[in-house]
Design a protein around this ligand. Structure first.
Ligand code: ZN
Length: 176
């Protein structure tokens, strides 16, 4: 196996990158992640995803604008780092201009552990309050998910693993 490109992990310390590189070369990433997160979350429909997002929104961001749509999106380009999107589509309704807020989550997260899904949902929810990826934004993320940074790191290791043609973990078993 060739040395993997580590572009998903830019900005992490060199020791960390060396450690990840070693795990990739020894094909240990799958075992490491499955050991930590044995199961997928099981929220496979857009309806289940919507309910999950609403629960978090109610808990942490009461009073923020309502979401008109939450869905998995197989067209989001994970490889271009678009793991999720939040959009505000403005529409004229009668005499008023109404913003419809939508959250889309890359389909990759449909087959993932609960922690990965929660991390990306927290990220997109934080954008309801904070636009830029600045200090206030990440403070809001870690308020909603204290392990936000660690989970993001593990997710990025998983993306690196997939890019190096590692096997997909947590994919739904075929129905009998
Ligand atoms: Zn963002």
């Amino acid at each position: 196996m060739a040395a993997a490109s580590l572009h998903y992990l830019q900005g992490y310390p060199p020791e960390t990158l060396a450690h990840v590189q070693q795990m990739l070369l020894q094909q240990q990433v799958g075992r490491w992640l499955l050991n930590k997160y044995p199961q997928a979350h099981g929220l496979r429909t857009d309806g289940a995803l919507y309910a999950h997002v609403q629960t978090l929104k109610q808990e942490f961001l009461k009073g923020s604008e309502p979401l008109s749509k939450v869905a998995y999106d197989s067209k989001l380009q994970v490889m271009k780092n678009a793991l999720g999107t939040h959009t505000a589509v403005s529409r004229v309704q009668g005499s008023r201009l109404k913003a419809k807020r939508e959250i889309r989550i890359a389909a990759l997260f449909r087959d993932a552990p609960h922690e990965f899904l929660r991390m990306i949902v927290v990220h997109e929810l934080a954008h309801l309050r904070e636009r830029a990826h600045d200090k206030a934004f990440y403070q809001l993320c870690t308020y909603m998910e204290p392990d936000y940074h660690q989970i993001e790191f593990e997710l990025r290791v998983y993306l690196t693993h997939l890019e190096g043609r590692g096997e997909r973990l947590w994919a739904e078993a075929l129905s009998p």
